[in-house]
Design a protein. Structure first.
Length: 312
């Protein structure tokens, strides 16, 4: 029976992986097709018409999976559906009078000069792929500074517009895996150890980072004390310092009190409740709620706990 069960699990995992690969392949094809359509539009309708269309969030070059943006080979961004061309430190006006963002020296969160990689691909190959870290469209919509946005792995197709010193780019974000129970336990215990060893101030600074090691896949670690005060929350910095002891679910459950009770009486354990997924927290309220299974772990010697969970 064990052997049969193991074989079944392997088969199921293979099916899921194959589906994921097929979906990613389809999005790659869409990026290529959309970029080439945009290049054709530029040559047929002109650059000014293309800037207007590519910069339109509701336009033909924005889909549910990707979007096209336009740059020249000097690293100036001419059109982007989610970027304003004015009011930013990188905003400028070209000799021809076009409003642009000067991004030649732009880096991702690892220090990679990915715009220069775009240019190199466009100049030397005409087309190709570049990988880097970048905020998702949901992150870009947030009214917060860019450095506070969470970055995710992006894979972009770069295509030089035939006959012009321009390139169009469309990319997609690598499909996020779901966190596991084992990961939630390990991350919580690692966070607790960090607090114990480094002290609250240093540890909280690390735990609050959106791009830190305690935010991964579709999960994150937060810290709360037994009075119900949020001490850290990397995806909801506005909640830090606020008391949520009386927070209730739509069914009337005081779920924060239940979480605290687990930490107080058992030291660790699991609890199920309804809560917004990370992508929902990026949107304005009201949030859509999903079923969450959260691991709770009391920090040894302190009246506080860490928690991380997974969503159905």
């Amino acid at each position: 029976m064990r052997k049969v069960a193991l074989i079944a699990l392997v088969v199921m995992a293979s099916v899921v992986l194959a589906a994921s690969v097929m979906a990613q392949s389809a999005v790659r094809d869409e990026c290529v097709a959309l970029s080439k359509d945009a290049a054709k539009f530029i040559n047929e309708k002109g650059v000014d018409a293309a800037i207007a269309e590519i910069g339109n969030k509701e336009g033909k070059f924005v889909t549910k999976n990707t979007y096209v943006f336009l740059m020249d080979l000097e690293g100036n961004e001419l059109a982007h559906p989610y970027h304003a061309m004015t009011g930013l430190p990188s905003s400028a006006v070209t000799a021809s009078g076009r409003k642009v963002l000067k991004l030649f020296d732009y880096k991702d969160t690892t220090g990679k000069l990915f715009v220069q990689e775009y240019i190199n691909v466009a100049k030397t190959k005409g087309e190709g792929w570049v990988e880097y870290l970048y905020p998702t469209p949901e992150e870009l919509k947030k009214p917060i500074p860019r450095e506070e946005m969470k970055s995710s792995k992006k894979i972009s197709f770069v295509y030089r517009v035939p006959g012009k010193d321009l390139m169009v780019i469309a990319g997609f974000f690598e499909m996020a895996e779901s966190a596991t129970k084992e990961e939630c336990i390990a991350k919580c215990k690692e966070a607790a150890q960090l607090i114990t060893e480094k002290g609250m101030d240093a540890a909280f600074q690390e735990l609050q980072k959106k791009d830190g090691k305690f935010v991964w896949k579709d999960s994150y670690v937060y810290v709360m004390d037994f009075a119900g005060n949020h001490l850290t929350h990397p995806l909801r910095p506005d909640s830090v310092g606020k008391n949520v002891l009386e927070a209730k679910l739509p069914d009337g459950r005081f779920f924060v009190k239940e979480i605290i009770e687990i930490a107080k009486t058992k030291g660790e354990g699991w609890i199920e409740y309804m809560y917004p997924k990370p992508e929902e927290l990026a949107k304005p309220k009201p949030w859509k709620l999903s079923k969450k299974m959260a691991y709770v772990y009391r920090i040894p010697g302190k009246e506080m706990f860490v928690s991380a969970g997974l969503f159905e």
